[in-house]
Design a binder for this molecule. Structure first.
Ligand code: MF3
Ligand code: CO
Ligand code: CO
Length: 274
């Protein structure tokens, strides 16, 4: 996701790209492959697996399918995917630390296919997780669903944020303010910013052909985050759990098309044993 640039005026200048059918075709392909990569990971997420091993799997998957992982070397990011465990909000760097029973983690994959970016992330559970972790993941999934349902020409980016924030807060969770969704297409991070909070009517008017992500980060505790000295890993200041889901969408005449749905019905890859 993009860092919200504090103090920056909202985009009202008409410089947001409106893409045509060829772009939608390209985004469909990139979005589907990114979703397939997340599907592929589901059976590998288990205790004792390292996030580095998951990173290797996605790098291999991408290269095997003629794609390239956009995060690799992006602004100095050292890996192919982001893996954000428990109180890590986003941009966790895959490493040698093994996953443990009860962890929740977000895996964020962005693949470039024929020049187009498909950007998507989901939550995974490592074995049995706590009821409060499961609740947070469920709230975050529903928050993204409501954000997507608010995408319609004539509404604004503020409608998306308001839908997410009002729901998350009604569930006694908080919305991270420091990172947002973003326009994308042939570039990774473009205008507009998609804030996950705000008021209906704020931001920019939604128009057919716009391409962007919605990727709410929702916390069980307070919304505040800090970035660790590695320059990337964002964590909750109160060390409470954080969750995130992300889809890439394109605005249509009547609503939006979601490019990154799982082809295997694994958008919500959490199963509870009891
Ligand atoms: N995929 C992330 C997003 O949703 C961005 C990751 S950039 C990286 O926008 F450099 F941290 F990998
Ligand atoms: Co994104
Ligand atoms: Co992403």
């Amino acid at each position: 996701m993009s860092n919200v640039e504090v103090g920056r005026a909202p985009d009202r200048d008409g410089k947001i790209k409106r893409h045509g059918p060829e772009a939608f075709e390209g985004m469909r392909k990139a979005g589907q492959l990114a979703a397939e990569a997340l599907d592929m990971l589901a059976k590998h997420v288990e205790p004792d697996v390292t996030t580095e091993a998951l990173d290797d799997l996605v790098l291999e998957f991408a290269l095997d399918h003629g794609a390239y992982p956009a995060p690799l070397n992006y602004r100095g990011f050292p890996k192919a995917i982001c893996t954000s465990v428990n109180h890590v909000v986003c941009h966790g760097i895959p490493g040698p630390k093994p996953l443990r029973e009860g962890d929740i983690l977000n895996i964020d994959v962005t693949l470039i296919v024929d020049g187009w970016h498909g950007d998507t992330s989901r939550m995974y559970a490592v074995g049995q997780i706590s009821r409060r972790a499961e609740r947070l993941v469920g709230v975050t999934f529903e928050a993204l669903r409501r954000g997507i349902a608010a995408v319609k020409p004539g509404l604004t980016t503020g409608h998306i944020g308001a839908a997410i924030q009002s729901y998350a807060e009604s569930e006694r969770c908080s919305v991270v303010r420091d990172f947002c969704g973003h326009g994308l297409g042939q570039v990774f991070h473009d205008r507009p910013n998609i804030l996950h909070y705000g008021e209906e009517g704020e931001g920019v008017m939604l128009e057919p052909g716009m391409l962007f992500t919605i990727e709410p980060m929702i916390n069980l505790g307070r919304p505040h985050v800090k970035v660790l000295p590695d320059g990337w890993t964002a964590v909750t200041r109160d060390r409470e759990l954080s969750a995130q889901f992300e889809h890439t969408v394109g605005v249509t005449e009547t609503g939006c098309e979601v490019f990154t749905h799982s082809p295997n019905d694994l958008d919500y890859p959490l199963v509870r044993q009891n």
